[in-house]
Design a protein around this ligand. Structure first.
Ligand SMILES: C[S@@+](CC[C@H](N)C(=O)[O-])C[C@H]1O[C@@H](n2cnc3c(N)ncnc32)[C@H](O)[C@@H]1O
Length: 284
């Protein structure tokens, strides 16, 4: 896919509208990611599921305390602070949205974690760092927004030291869009466009490991974690189906993109897989 470049206006539409900001700050307590529910646990405890997903990331990174780690697409820094607090990592977060970066810095200062979490402007296709600066890197539900996934993976590979570890977490279609059943594709494609999820049109469950290998990584594990994510989808759908219906009919649906996405994603859930890819930059 040819690089179209960063669609900042699109990302601002997704994350910057009042409805989205309310949703993420009030409902999701600043996290902009899904959750991980173990078998037998209640699906209704969304915040616990989010904390558990962060723990999964920390365990897959498997880096010693003090390791330097890049958070590619840090949002308000919830994941960065979790990695610093619970795993002792020194995290540098990049994002392209000024209001996310300001929020991340403010929340870290409030938690007295300004020394262990640093945030700066950075597009993960063109990172403002030297080669080999990091021991680890991760993308928590951000590669979906990539306008050029092979380039983003190559850039993450460049900034890792030999032996550095990469963890990618997030949703993707189970296969290529052009092989998807037409009804599902007609729902998913406009959704991906509205949400600026350009990356999801390029990679899917069938090819992300290959793209990682082509970028120079050794894939340690490609875990289909869909069963652990599905309870969050069910709970979020149950909570927001009715509010979305009301807003869609009587309000301006464009203002509530993220609410729409949580509801519409559920309708096409059998075509969506949630993966955790763990990869290593080989030592030479
Ligand atoms: C779903 S949010 C996840 C935020 C955070 N990882 C979390 O879990 O709370 C996606 C984030 O990726 C950021 N993003 C999108 N494209 C980016 C790019 N090219 N470079 C850096 N960040 C990007 C967005 O601004 C947004 O903050």
């Amino acid at each position: 896919m040819s690089a179209q470049g960063l669609d900042l206006a699109g990302l601002r539409r997704v994350y910057g509208r009042a409805g989205s900001r309310w949703f993420y700050t009030r409902v999701a307590r600043n996290a902009r990611h899904w959750g991980w529910t173990e078998p037998g646990q209640s699906k209704w405890r969304l915040w616990r599921a989010q904390r558990q997903l962060e723990d999964v990331l920390g365990r897959k990174l498997a880096l010693p305390a003090g390791a330097r780690v890049l958070d590619a697409g840090c949002g308000a820094g919830v994941v960065a602070r979790a990695m610093a607090l619970r795993f002792g990592l020194a995290v540098t977060g990049v994002d392209v949205l000024d209001f996310h970066l300001a929020e991340a810095a403010r929340l870290s200062a409030r938690a007295r974690m300004g020394d262990r979490t640093v945030f700066r402007f950075g597009d993960f296709h063109r990172l403002p760092f030297d080669d080999g600066e990091f021991d680890g890197a991760y993308s928590m539900e951000t590669l979906v927004h990539s306008y050029d996934p092979p380039r983003a993976l190559a850039e993450l590979h460049r900034v890792l030291r030999p032996g550095g570890r990469l963890v990618l977490l997030g949703p993707m279609s189970t296969g290529p869009l052009d092989e998807m059943e037409p009804g599902a594709r007609a729902l998913i494609e406009p959704y991906l466009d509205a949400m600026t999820m350009t990356g999801s049109k390029v990679y899917h469950a069938g090819n992300l490991s290959r793209l990682l290998a082509e970028a120079g990584f050794e894939v340690e594990e490609a875990l289909d974690a869909t069963p652990y994510y599905l309870p969050t989808s069910e709970a979020v759908y149950a909570y927001f189906r009715l509010p979305w219906e009301i807003l869609r009919r009587f309000g301006d649906p464009a203002k509530w993109l993220n609410l729409r996405s949580t509801v519409e994603m559920y309708g096409v859930r059998e075509h969506v897989a949630w993966y955790v890819h763990t990869a290593v930059k080989p030592s030479r």
